[in-house]
Design a protein around this ligand. Sequence first.
Ligand SMILES: [Zn+2]
Length: 74
Amino acid sequence: MNGDEAPHGIRCSRAGCEADAIWWVHWRNPRIHGTDRVKVWLACDEHVDFLRDYLATRDFPVVVTAAGDTVERV
Ligand SMILES: [Zn+2]
């Protein structure tokens, strides 16, 4: 993971949500990101499904892990 891709803070990435994130949602936009470029959203238990589905419905590759886990690629 590149340094600038590391998540900042521990808050859920869902707009308006102030819950602590316990999941990391790793994703990539295949049209603009190479396979070694992985973006990370942070998610609380309530919003992890929303964020994953948001990306999946756009046909973006997405992998959900426990917070703190990294993936080589998605
Ligand atoms: Zn949330």
